[in-house]
Design a protein around this ligand. Structure first.
Ligand SMILES: [Zn+2]
Length: 468
C-alpha cells in the first residue's frame, strides 16, 4: 500500500473516533460574541491543543492575545518540501433564536448522515477535518508529506480583532509557501470547489450640507439648493444608465477574465432565474457583457448602502432639509488598488457636486481583492485530490465577499491562500440548525490528506514563481 493509501485508509477506519471527537469539540459552546462564554471559548482552544498533541503535534500550544487565545502548532519540518499554514477558527456564532433549533445547538445530533450542531460546518467541523487529515499521516508514517503549521483563532466571528497584530508579531513562526482555509462552501452538493478569488472592499461616507437648518419650503423652497436633490444628483453620477461605473480611473488595474475562467464559470450548474428569484428583484440588472456570476465574483461595484435626509416621519413636513447623507462601499477585485479607487471616487464626487451645497467626505478603509494564481501548485494539486476522492472535476469559483485574513496573509506574510471548503451553501452557517453533511466531512479529510501527498513532491521554489 502506498503511503497516501495508508493515510486515506486510516481516515476511513477511524470514522467512529473522528465523530466522537468532533462531538466533544462541538459540545463546547465557544460563542465569542458573548462574554458569559469567555471560559468556553478558552476551553475549546485548550481542547484543540490537547487534540493536536494527541495527533502528533507535540509543540501545540495556546498563545495569549488581549482577547481570545490563538492555537498554534507545527509538525515535522524538512527544508526540501513546501510549508503550508492551515488557518481556521474555533469560535462560533450565537445561537439565537433558540426556539428555531430542532435539536439543541450544543448537543450534536446525526440524522440521515447529516450532523446538526452550532459550529458543525462553520468552522469546527472543517477545522477537525484538517486535524484528522494531518493525523492520518502522522499515525501511519510518523511524518507529513509537507511541513504543516496550524493557526486557529477564537475571534473570527467577532471580526478577528487581535489576529492582525498577532500575525504581524509572529511572521517567522507563521512563514509558509501558502495558506489553506477550510471555511467556505463547495459550489453545490456534488460540486466540490476551489475558490481562488475574493473581492475586497473600500468604504466612504458623504454629507451634503445646504442651509444651516431645515427651512420652510414655502418661504425658501426654489431659492436654495435642496441637499437631498444634490445628493441624488451625485449618486446618479456614479453610474451610467446601463450599470457601468462612471468614475474615471475606477477600473484601473482590473483584469479581464481569461477564456478559461469564463468557460469554467459558464459550466457551473447555475440558474440565473433561481438566483433572481432568491433576491425578489423583478429583473437582474448589472454591468453589460458579464453573466451574473461574473458580475458578483469578478467585477468591481459601487453601492449605496444607505442614504438619509430630511423628514421621514408620519405625515407631511414641508421643509428644505439642511443635510443629506450616504454610506457608500465599493467591492473591489484583484489588482485594483483600494487607495487609488477611494481617491478617484472622492475626486469624482467633488467635481460632480452641484452648486449651492458643500460636500464633506469621510474616507474609510480599503482592503484589496485577492486571487490565487490558477497555476499555483496548491491549486493544481487540490484539483487532482478532489478528482480522486470525489470522482468529479473540481469547480473553479470565486466569491463576491471578502475574507479579511486572506488579505492579511497576502499583505503581511506575502503568501496566497487556497480556499478549500467542504460545507454546502445551504448548511445554515450563523443560523438555527447549522449542519454538515458527513459525506463531505469524511471526503474532505481524505481530499486534504491526498493534497499533502501531491504537494510533497513539489519543489518549494515552484511556489514563488507562479503568476496569473
Ligand atoms: Zn467561519
Amino acid at each position: 500500500m502506498s503511503d497516501h493509501q495508508q493515510a486515506v485508509q486510516y481516515l476511513k477506519s477511524h470514522r467512529e473516533q473522528q465523530l466522537s471527537d468532533l462531538n466533544d469539540f462541538l459540545c463546547i459552546p465557544s460563542i465569542s460574541a458573548l462574554s458569559e462564554h469567555r471560559q468556553d471559548v478558552r476551553l475549546a482552544a485548550e481542547w484543540l491543543v490537547a487534540r493536536l498533541i494527541q495527533a502528533g503535534f507535540q509543540n501545540a500550544h495556546l498563545d495569549e492575545t488581549p482577547g481570545n487565545p490563538v492555537v498554534v502548532a507545527s509538525g515535522p519540518h524538512a527544508p526540501y518540501r513546501p510549508t503550508v499554514l492551515i488557518y481556521g477558527h474555533y469560535d462560533v456564532q450565537p445561537v439565537d433564536p433558540m426556539a428555531q433549533w430542532t435539536h439543541p445547538p450544543f448537543e450534536p445530533t446525526v440524522i440521515d448522515e447529516v450532523l446538526y450542531a452550532r459550529g458543525s460546518s462553520d468552522d469546527k467541523g472543517q477545522v477537525y477535518m484538517q486535524l484528522a487529515a494531518a493525523e492520518s499521516w502522522l499515525k501511519t508514517t510518523g511524518d507529513t508529506p509537507v511541513n504543516l503549521k496550524f493557526l486557529l483563532e477564537g475571534e473570527e466571528e467577532i471580526g478577528s480583532i487581535h489576529l492582525n497584530e498577532y500575525i504581524q508579531n509572529h511572521q517567522d513562526e507563521l512563514a509558509a509557501d501558502f495558506a489553506v482555509i477550510s471555511d467556505t462552501p463547495m459550489f453545490a452538493a456534488g460540486v466540490p470547489a476551489i475558490c481562488y478569488g475574493l473581492r475586497g472592499l473600500a468604504a466612504l461616507e458623504i454629507t451634503v450640507r445646504g442651509p444651516f437648518q431645515d427651512l420652510h419650503s414655502g418661504v425658501f423652497g426654489g431659492a436654495v439648493m435642496n441637499p437631498a436633490h444634490a445628493l441624488a444628483t451625485l449618486i446618479a453620477s456614479l453610474h451610467t444608465p446601463d450599470g457601468t461605473v462612471a468614475v474615471s480611473g475606477f477600473y484601473d488595474g482590473v483584469q479581464e477574465l481569461t477564456l478559461k475562467e469564463r468557460q469554467a464559470f459558464a459550466s457551473l450548474p447555475f440558474d440565473s432565474e433561481a438566483f433572481r428569484q432568491s433576491t425578489g428583484s423583478p429583473t437582474l440588472f448589472g454591468e453589460p457583457g458579464y453573466s451574473p456570476l461574473e458580475q458578483v465574483w469578478t467585477r468591481p461595484t459601487i453601492e449605496v448602502n444607505g442614504m438619509w435626509s430630511g423628514f421621514i416621519g408620519e405625515g407631511r413636513k414641508t421643509i428644505v432639509p439642511s443635510t443629506a447623507h450616504a454610506k457608500i462601499t465599493c467591492r473591489l477585485v484583484p489588482h485594483q488598488d483600494p487607495e487609488h479607487v477611494l481617491t478617484e471616487v472622492c475626486t469624482h464626487l467633488k467635481t460632480h457636486c452641484p452648486p449651492g451645497v458643500t460636500l464633506e467626505i469621510e474616507r474609510g478603509e480599503g482592503d484589496p481583492g485577492t486571487v490565487t494564481p490558477l497555476n499555483h501548485p496548491s491549486v493544481t494539486a487540490a484539483e487532482d485530490a478532489i478528482e480522486e476522492i470525489y470522482g468529479t472535476k473540481a469547480a473553479y469559483i470565486r466569491m463576491g465577499g471578502s475574507i479579511p485574513v486572506v488579505v492579511t496573509f497576502q499583505e503581511i506574510l506575502k503568501m496566497p491562500t487556497l480556499l478549500l471548503g467542504f460545507a454546502l451553501p445551504d448548511e445554515n452557517f450563523h443560523a438555527p440548525n447549522e449542519h454538515f453533511h458527513l459525506e463531505n466531512f469524511f471526503k474532505g479529510a481524505q481530499t486534504i490528506a491526498l493534497l499533502w501527498d501531491y504537494l510533497g513532491s513539489r519543489d518549494p521554489l515552484e511556489f514563488a514563481s507562479t503568476t496569473r
